[in-house]
Ligand binder design. Structure first.
Ligand SMILES: *[C@@H]1O[C@H](CO)[C@@H](O)[C@H](O)[C@H]1NC(C)=O
Ligand SMILES: *[C@@H]1O[C@H](CO)[C@@H](O)[C@H](O)[C@H]1NC(C)=O
Ligand SMILES: *[C@@H]1O[C@H](CO)[C@@H](O)[C@H](O)[C@H]1NC(C)=O
Ligand SMILES: *[C@@H]1O[C@H](CO)[C@@H](O)[C@H](O)[C@H]1NC(C)=O
Length: 366
């Protein structure tokens, strides 16, 4: 009896150590970059909003996380891993924790700061006025990075810090909520034309990239806005379940303005390099030819209730599809892990047509 227990304990300890060993050796032997720092909205939030008492934009309840390694909700607006988790896997880094979680884990702070932190906040946008539901705007997210930068400076010293920051990836995935806010507000549309609005989005975006550049960031991964007029929540308000083409056309114009601004930024700041992912085109291809991407259902959400499962959001009372890997959308407005994986394969190694002027592999020189 006692012997059995000892054997069991030995097996458990061995197994535990083995797991620890393999995970750590994976993340230590193969990071292609020192760290990933992520900024953006719910597409890449890994749980910051869990810590925002007054935020209404949350995903820390079932059925979110149903396919995450822990099978538990984490605050990701997804059935499993999102794009930055998958990017971390590609470069051999651990998943970045939400920045706000590090505030409560002082002993682990420095370790996390070294391999990356995620500042993204669901419901947030580029413009201050977009963050009405207490989400953290892009500007506030960059303000938080300044705190991380100071802590790293203490740890590494100025020249170590410079080396670390210049080689790390700065991922920015945002803008969709600004466009949804624009279409959601008659007042905003009355006083601002789409192109004025897009110009202020792009100018603010550029300003935040410049703040990061001034702190030493040189490698940016920037994701354009997707086909957001075709989310289940946009389609459900159309009788024939068609996409909202007005929303799509503003998304396209924003992406054009953003890419031309990035080009001129590269001219102004020569050492800066970036990888821009044209998520719009890839997503549109997936919608037009789902089978090519291994997808089957590109209109309805997987988790939700009602028309296109978008009348009721993905809540514990909602139903969940069994075939998640064949769905483009997890809930009324967010992609499945499968869709994130399709995007990240392009972001990391994609052809110049979709990922330019460099893909991430080229950006990090591998
Ligand atoms: C946005 O908010 C920040 C504070 O979070 C402030 O510093 C900045 O000036 C604001 N920007 C505009 C355009 O109002
Ligand atoms: C927008 O403008 C129209 C006419 O120009 C006006 O009738 C309407 O009340 C305005 N709406 C808002 C919210 O300002
Ligand atoms: C599951 O997905 C596959 C491939 O995407 C598809 O062929 C199949 O019909 C789907 N099954 C169900 C029950 O939706
Ligand atoms: C980044 O930009 C600099 C300056 O233009 C260039 O010398 C360098 O080769 C670029 N890096 C990559 C990976 O292209």
């Amino acid at each position: 009896m006692a012997n059995d227990n000892i054997i069991l304990v030995v097996i458990i300890v061995f197994f535990f150590c083995f797991c620890q060993f393999t995970t750590t050796s994976f993340s230590l032997a193969y990071p292609l970059v020192p760290a990933i720092y992520t900024f953006g909205d719910s597409l890449v939030d890994v749980g910051n909003n869990n810590y925002l008492l007054f935020s209404l934009v949350k995903a820390n309840f079932p059925h979110n996380g149903i396919d995450f390694p822990t099978k538990k909700p984490t605050g990701r607006f997804c059935n499993g891993k999102n794009a930055v988790d998958l990017l971390a896997e590609k470069v051999g880094l651990p998943y970045s924790p939400p920045y706000l979680s590090t505030v409560f884990k002082l002993e682990q702070r420095n370790k996390h700061f070294m391999t990356g932190v995620n500042f993204a906040s669901g419901g947030s946008g580029i413009l201050n006025q977009t963050n009405q539901k207490n989400s953290l705007s892009l500007t506030k997210q960059v303000n938080s990075f300044i705190k991380v930068h100071k802590a790293l400076n203490k740890q590494l010293g100025p020249s170590g810090l410079n080396q670390h920051i210049s080689k790390s990836l700065f991922v920015i995935v945002t803008g969709s909520n600004d466009i949804f806010s624009y279409f959601g507000s008659a007042e905003l549309r009355n006083k601002t034309t789409p192109s004025q609005y897009i110009n202020s989005m792009v100018a603010t975006f550029k300003g935040q990239v410049e703040r990061l550049y001034n702190l030493g960031a040189l490698r940016f991964v920037i994701v354009g806005i997707g086909v957001i007029g075709c989310t289940p929540s946009q389609r459900k308000s159309n009788k024939a379940e068609q996409c909202n083409e007005e929303v799509n056309s503003v998304a396209i114009k924003y992406n054009e303005a953003l890419t031309s601004t990035l080009k001129s930024l590269k001219v102004e700041q020569k050492e800066l390099n970036y990888s821009y992912f044209d998520g719009y085109s890839v997503m549109q291809n997936a919608i037009q030819k789902p089978a090519t991407y291994g997808l089957f259902e590109i209109k309805a959400a997987c988790c939700g209730l009602g028309k296109l499962k978008a009348d009721v959001y993905c809540l514990p009372v909602s139903t969940v599809c069994s075939n998640r890997s064949s769905h483009l959308f997890w809930d009324a407005s967010h992609p499945t892990e499968t869709a994130h994986r399709i995007f990240v394969d392009y972001i990391f190694g994609g052809p110049l047509r979709f990922t330019f002027p460099l893909n991430v592999k080229q950006l990090i020189g591998t």
